[in-house]
Design a protein around this ligand. Structure first.
Ligand code: AMP
Length: 283
């Protein structure tokens, strides 16, 4: 596995691969790799000649009171896991390499952001879109793999690829969970023991909600209340949001039908957890 920290070197390496007619699959990450990331990588590995992974904790997608400094990092462990998973090139630029000076131009996302995490994380998706424009230009992937764990991010990337005409296929990948149902996340290490025990209740509430919809409930407010009650009764977390939308458009719903997302965010002492399910509601 090649580990590259320089943008120029990465571009030269990718250029030589492209000249040899190789296809490139790309998994952008912020590191502290877990089974969720590795699942994206395995899928990308099986569908492309070359697997490129980036590890970059992107400062411009974190708000001033968010966890940029405390975001977990472990490059040595990550490199080992990446190598074992068949990564060909690990791109790990420094902040200075990616942002040597104040940018004169950045991306601004207009739709699919005034809901869910976008509502509270002002500018977050602008930061995500901006770094992805850079990464897509550096890595020039044929396909890019994103987890549905961050379903709003998938919706925004879908818009970015379409609107900016990137010749890239977006591949959304299902959420990978712990055995007890908790969605795998680099931030799970910041839960206390008690919070870790409570955390599976988040997915449990989503499953309960789906069962009610399967039984015929079509009122989003009833479903929302059910989830809120379950989480407040069984966890010490503070609910940021419980929301239901059409997916991937993220439009409001007065009645549940078609492809929908039920998404939640819950704040614990040192970690804010998100989870969601997307599925088709039959007429
Ligand atoms: P991150 O390092 O948190 O930016 O995540 C990098 C990529 O891995 C994103 O596309 C995430 O959606 C995806 N990812 C993170 N956790 C999971 C998970 N539990 N299941 C599936 N994909 C995930």
């Amino acid at each position: 596995m090649k580990v590259i920290t320089s943008i120029k070197e990465m571009q030269q390496y990718i250029h030589s691969l492209k000249q040899d007619g190789k296809t490139v699959g790309f998994v952008p990450t912020m590191g502290f790799l877990h089974e969720g990331h590795l699942t994206l990588m395995k899928k990308a590995r099986s569908e492309n000649d070359v697997l490129a992974v980036s590890i970059f904790v992107n400062p411009i997608q974190f708000g001033p009171n968010e966890d940029f400094d405390s975001y977990p990092r472990d490059l040595e462990r990550d490199s080992k896991l990446a190598e074992e998973t068949g990564v060909d090139v690990l791109f790990h630029p420094s902040t200075e390499e990616m942002y040597p000076a104040k940018m004169s131009l950045t991306a601004v996302v207009h739709s699919r952001i005034n809901v869910l995490c976008g509502r509270q994380r002002n500018g977050h998706f602008d930061g995500v879109a901006t770094v992805l424009v850079k990464l897509f230009n550096i890595v020039q992937p044929d396909s890019a793999y994103f987890g549905l764990k961050d379903a709003q991010q998938v919706a925004v990337v879908d818009g970015l690829i379409t609107d900016f005409n990137f010749p890239i296929t977006l591949v959304p990948v299902e959420i990978v969970r712990e055995e007890d149902g908790l969605a795998k996340s680099s931030r799970n290490v910041n839960l206390t023991l008690q919070e870790r025990e409570e955390a599976p209740r988040l997915y449990e509430s989503l499953q309960m909600a789906k069962r009610e919809i399967d039984k015929g409930q079509r009122n989003p407010k009833v479903i929302e209340d059910l989830i809120i009650k379950h989480i407040t009764t069984h966890t010490s977390g503070v609910i940021d949001y419980v929301e239901l939308y059409r997916y991937p458009e993220l439009d409001e719903l007065s009645q549940l039908n078609g492809k929908i997302i039920i998404a939640i965010a819950v704040k614990f002492t040192k970690a804010r957890l998100i989870d969601n399910i997307t599925f088709d509601v039959k007429e």
